[in-house]
Design a binder for this molecule. Structure first.
Ligand code: ADP
Ligand code: MG
Length: 493
C-alpha cells in the first residue's frame, strides 16, 4: 500500500448502500489515435474508412523480414501532448513487445512502451459542472500500435480480418486513480479531449474510435484503502463512461454488502442492457512477456527538440479561459463554454476582435449556439460566419438597427446569407432616428389614448405601454432611446 492509497480523496458523490456509504474510485486509460498521415512504424495511410485492407503495408501485415521504422511525426505529437498535459518528457524511452495472440494482430505482439514511456507524470485541471475544479494526475503517456479489426458479420461461416487500423499510432494516456464520481470521470475525458483537439494531436472523434477509454472502477468505505478494481474495456462515448462507472460501482457495492469479494477482471459495458459483463479474468503484466523490441533502438531526442515544440504550442484551454476572463471580463462559466471547443473559441475571438467582448459572447453563446443546437449543427458549419455576425454587432453599435431588429437580421443571414449591411439597406430595416417621424407617431398614440396618458402620469412605469405601441407601429424600427426620451417629454414625466 502506498501513502496515496489512504490519502483523503477529493470530495465525490458517495453511494448509499444498505450498510452505509461507499466511495467510488476511478482511474482511466484513454487510447487516443495520433493525428498523423501514416502509421507508427510504416508509411501506410491512417485515413478512416476505405475498403478493408486498403491501407496495409508489408510491415503492418507482419511479412517476414519487414522492419519497423519510427514515424517522427508521431513522436512529435506524443511530446506535444505530454507538454499539453504539463508532464515530464522522457528524452529516452523504449519500445517493448507485448506478446499475445489475436487473429487481427499478425505480428503476434503489439509494439508498445512498458517500463520507459515517452511521457511521465503530468496533470489535468478539470472544471466540474458544480463549479469546482479538481487536479487529475497523469501517470504516463506511451506510444503503441493499434490492432486490426475482426468482422463477424461479413460472411456466414467465416470471420474476416481488416488490417487497416493495424499499426496506427495510439497514445495511451493513463490517469492516476484520482477520480471519485461518474461526473468527474466524464468531465476529465471531456477536458482531455479538448486539450488533444487544441493541440491537434488527436481528433477526439469517439464515434470513429479515435478516442476510447478503459475505465477502472473500485469502491471503498470513505477513508479506507483502495478496493479491488475491475477494468471496463473500450468505452466509446462520454455518456457511456458515466453509465459504466455507476453501473459497475453499484454491482460491486451489492457484492460487498452481500459479504462477497470483488474479483479483479476485465469487463464489457453493454449500454443496451445497462450492465457490465465479465470478459476475461485480469491478465498480469508478466503474462505478456514484455521485452524491448530488438528491431527498434531506444527512442532518444534532446531537450532542444522538446523546447522547440514547446515554444510552438498553441494557447490551450486553461490559458485561453484565464485570458478571456481577465481581458474580456467574461464570467468563468461563459469562458468555460467558449473555450471547450477550439472552433468555438476561434469563432468568438473573430467576432469579439475590436468589438465589445461581452456583447460578442452573448451573441455567440445565446443566439448562435441556440440556433446551431436547434439544427444539430457544429459551429464549423454555421451558416452565419464570424464576419457576418461581427457586422450585425457593428450595425447595433452604430445605432443603425436595434437589438430586436438585429435578431431578425440574424435570421435572414442564417437562411439566405448575404452582407448584413447591404441587407439592412435593401430591406429598409434601418432604425428610425428621425425624431420628427417618431414624434408624429407618438402624437397620434397620445391623442388616441387619453385614459392611458392619465394612468402613466400617475404611475410613470406605465410608459412601457406607450413604448410598446410606438415600436409596434414603427415595425420595431424606431430607435428605443429616442422613443423613450420623446415620450417622457410628451407625457411630462
Ligand atoms: P493495467 O495496465 O494492468 O491496467 P495500470 O497500473 O496501468 O494497470 O493501471 C490502470 C489504471 O487503473 C490506472 O488508470 C489507475 O489509475 C487505475 N487504478 C489502479 N488502481 C485502482 C483502483 N483500486 N481503483 C480504481 N482504479 C484504479
Ligand atoms: Mg489496462
Amino acid at each position: 500500500m502506498t501513502a496515496q492509497d489512504t490519502a483523503p480523496s477529493a470530495p465525490g458523490k458517495l453511494i448509499r448502500g444498505a450498510t452505509g456509504n461507499w466511495e467510488i474510485v476511478i482511474g482511466l486509460e484513454v487510447h487516443a489515435q495520433v493525428t498523423s498521415q501514416s502509421k507508427l512504424f510504416s508509411g501506410a495511410s491512417t485515413e478512416f474508412g476505405g475498403a478493408p485492407n486498403d491501407h496495409v503495408s508489408l510491415v503492418d501485415a507482419a511479412m517476414p523480414g519487414m522492419l519497423p521504422v519510427i514515424n517522427a511525426e508521431c513522436v512529435r505529437q506524443a511530446v506535444r501532448t505530454g507538454l499539453g498535459l504539463k508532464a515530464q518528457i522522457n528524452l529516452r524511452s523504449v519500445f517493448d513487445r507485448k506478446n499475445y495472440f489475436y487473429p487481427d494482430l499478425p505480428q503476434g505482439y503489439q509494439i508498445s512502451q512498458y517500463k520507459s514511456p515517452i511521457v511521465g507524470e503530468g496533470i489535468v485541471a478539470v472544471d466540474l459542472p458544480n463549479g469546482e475544479r479538481i487536479d487529475v494526475g497523469i501517470e504516463r503517456l506511451h506510444l503503441e500500435q493499434d490492432a486490426g479489426k475482426s468482422t463477424h458479420d461479413q460472411h456466414p461461416t467465416m470471420t474476416q480480418v481488416d488490417l487497416n487500423r493495424s499499426g496506427v499510432a495510439l497514445m495511451e494516456i493513463v490517469s492516476k486513480p484520482d477520480l471519485r464520481s461518474a461526473d468527474q470521470a466524464k468531465a476529465y475525458v471531456a477536458k482531455l479531449r479538448s486539450i488533444l483537439r487544441y493541440l491537434g494531436t488527436c481528433d477526439g472523434d469517439m464515434e470513429k474510435g479515435s478516442l476510447r477509454a478503459d475505465v477502472n472502477v473500485s469502491v471503498r468505505r470513505p477513508g479506507e484503502p483502495f478496493g479491488t478494481r475491475c477494468e471496463i474495456k473500450n468505452v466509446n462515448s462520454i455518456r457511456f463512461i458515466g453509465q459504466a462507472v455507476d453501473t459497475e460501482a453499484r454491482r460491486q457495492v451489492d457484492i460487498l454488502e452481500d459479504g462477497g469479494t470483488i474479483v479483479q477482471e476485465t469487463r464489457l459495458f453493454d449500454p443496451d442492457r445497462g450492465e457490465t459483463r465479465s470478459m476475461r479474468s485480469k491478465e498480469e503484466a508478466h503474462d505478456y512477456r514484455y521485452f524491448p523490441d530488438p528491431d527498434l533502438l531506444p527512442l532518444e531526442f534532446d531537450q532542444a527538440f522538446v523546447d522547440e515544440l514547446k515554444a510552438k504550442l498553441p494557447e490551450l484551454p486553461d490559458a485561453k479561459k484565464a485570458r478571456l476572463m481577465h481581458d474580456c471580463g467574461l464570467s468563468a462559466y461563459d469562458a468555460d463554454v467558449l473555450v471547450a471547443e477550439r472552433e468555438t473559441a476561434d469563432f468568438f475571438e473573430a467576432v469579439a476582435h475590436g468589438r465589445d467582448a461581452k456583447v460578442a459572447a452573448n451573441w455567440v453563446l445565446n443566439e448562435l449556439a441556440g440556433r446551431l443546437n436547434k439544427e444539430g449543427k457544429d459551429i464549423g458549419a454555421s451558416p452565419v460566419s464570424a464576419a457576418q455576425l461581427g457586422t450585425i454587432l457593428d450595425l447595433i453599435g452604430e445605432g443603425v438597427i436595434s437589438g430586436k431588429i438585429a435578431k431578425d437580421l440574424f435570421e435572414i443571414v442564417w437562411s439566405e446569407g448575404g452582407d448584413p449591411r447591404a441587407l439592412v439597406e435593401a430591406r429598409g430595416m434601418k432604425q428610425v432616428t428621425d425624431l420628427g417621424a417618431i414624434e408624429k407617431v407618438i402624437d397620434g398614440i397620445v391623442a388616441a389614448n387619453p385614459d392611458k396618458v392619465a394612468q402613466a402620469q400617475a404611475k410613470p412605469a406605465l410608459i412601457g405601454w406607450f413604448v410598446g405601441q410606438v415600436m409596434k407601429s414603427s415595425g420595431g424600427k424606431a430607435n428605443p432611446q429616442a422613443v423613450n426620451d420623446l415620450l417622457k417629454r410628451k407625457l411630462g414625466l
